[in-house]
Design a protein around this ligand. Structure first.
Ligand code: CS2
Ligand code: MG
Length: 405
């Protein structure tokens, strides 16, 4: 089954997505997601100019060889753009293999390990009360785990909080340059405990709670935060510290029993190797798009399982429904699956463009039996939504120092 054509489509049905369509000489095609939020055109150019010509004529069944060819074979390993390009191609090839076999991808991975997979929804608000109201909305829908983020009093605009925007926080486009948001660790520490204390008071102990710190703390501050939140029994604290230096997590681990989750910006297994091997983290949050596809995610999940680390794939809306579907298949299979982040499968606009075979019920998702990834992409509908330049915000301390976002 030879690869005949590789199409790269950048569209913006509500936000930008990079979609790869690999067409074979049998007529079977596969779809992959290569979206890197705020750097979409770099992936598109990488794919069109450098990857697509090397794929034409290859056997679409040779997933592993193509993966190695695009990773080792280019000399320049790793990096978000390279790995997103590999991720998109890899997903499309698994989609093709599943369609050719007449089987959903989770069957090719080894079959179902569970009936459905558990989600954590997002509750955000401008005040603790607002956040808890939004949590009630999720709890009433049957969600078993919720991530809580609340605006920080005294700071104008907080990461992950909707405010009066209709869309998820960074969906707004038509922005000429990245917006800037202030950060104060002191003010953050002054509010955070109340959020979790009140959530436990109102919703009791039979629901999982998570929180995303977005890499704003130093290791010792993260240790302190974990300790402060221990009474509220979090499922995990996410991205407490930026961990280019994986050793930093030894300090966090030494100071708290609050479980740690990490990995949404990682590209390869090497980025999380020490964290996993030293058992400094509990959940690995890498995404199929950014980590190099299903082939890489499978390898990372197996490696993590040796160290009691469970998977919790990134599920932000800046991943296209094709990536969410890939996670669905991985989550059905992975024996060490933990939980899946969920902010909806898509918006009204993206649902015009992407089709997927996933069913949400009671805070869990089941994956249908469609062959391959069970996704489709309407190229005509996508044409209505051309690419719009858009950026993630940057973060600065109140004195103007650039900080981690
Ligand atoms: C966030 C992301 O979902 C999360 O956990 O950290 O939404 C993140 O901010 C975006 O994916 C950045 O593109
Ligand atoms: Mg996050």
């Amino acid at each position: 089954m030879k690869i005949k054509e590789v199409r790269v489509i950048v569209s913006s049905p509500g936000r930008n997505f990079v979609t790869v369509k690999i067409i074979t000489d049998t007529g079977i095609y596969g779809l992959g997601d290569g979206t890197v939020n705020g750097r979409e055109m770099a992936v598109a150019a990488y794919l069109e100019e450098h990857v697509a010509p090397c794929l034409i004529g290859r056997n679409a069944h040779d997933i592993e060889d193509i993966w190695q060819y695009l990773y080792k074979g280019v000399y320049w390993r790793k990096g978000p753009i390279t790995m997103a390009a590999i991720g998109a191609v890899d997903m499309a090839l698994w989609d093709i293999k599943g369609k050719a076999a007449g089987l959903p991808v989770y069957q090719l991975l080894g079959g179902k390990s569970r009936k459905a997979f558990t989600l954590y929804g997002h509750a955000t608000g401008n005040t603790v009360e607002d956040t808890l109201e939004n949590m009630a909305f999720l709890v009433n829908q049957g969600f078993k785990a919720v991530r809580l983020q609340s605006a920080i009093p005294g700071l104008d605009g907080t990461y992950g909080v909707l405010g009066d925007k209709k869309n998820y926080f960074e969906l707004q486009s038509d922005r000429p340059l990245p917006p800037e948001l202030p950060w104060s660790t002191l003010k953050y520490f002054n509010m955070i405990e109340e959020l979790f204390a009140k959530a436990r008071e109102r919703f009791g102990n039979n629901i999982h709670l998570c929180h995303d710190v977005h890499s704003r703390l130093t290791p010792i501050e993260a240790g302190r935060l974990g300790k402060l939140l221990e009474p509220y029994n979090l499922l995990f604290l996410e991205d407490a510290v930026a961990a280019e230096n994986q050793e930093s997590y030894r300090i966090v681990r030494d100071h708290t029993t609050t479980p740690q989750a990490l990995g949404e910006i990682y590209n390869t297994i090497w980025d999380c190797k020490d964290l996993i091997q030293n058992q400094w983290i509990d959940y690995i949050r890498m995404a199929a798009t950014h980590a190099g596809g299903i082939t890489a995610m499978r390898r990372i999940a197996d490696f993590a399982s040796m160290y009691h680390v469970r998977t919790a794939p990134h599920g932000a809306p800046d991943l296209s429904p094709i990536c969410h579907a890939a996670h669905g298949h991985l989550n059905m299979w992975a024996p060490n699956f933990g939980v899946q982040e969920f902010v909806g499968f898509g918006t009204k606009q993206s649902n015009e463009v992407f089709k997927y075979d996933l069913k949400l019920q009671d805070g869990m998702v089941s994956v249908g039996d469609s062959p391959g990834l069970g996704v489709d992409f309407d190229e005509q509908a996508a044409k209505k939504y051309p690419y719009k330049r858009s950026y993630l915000p940057v973060s600065r301390l109140e004195d103007g120092t650039l900080w981690s976002w």
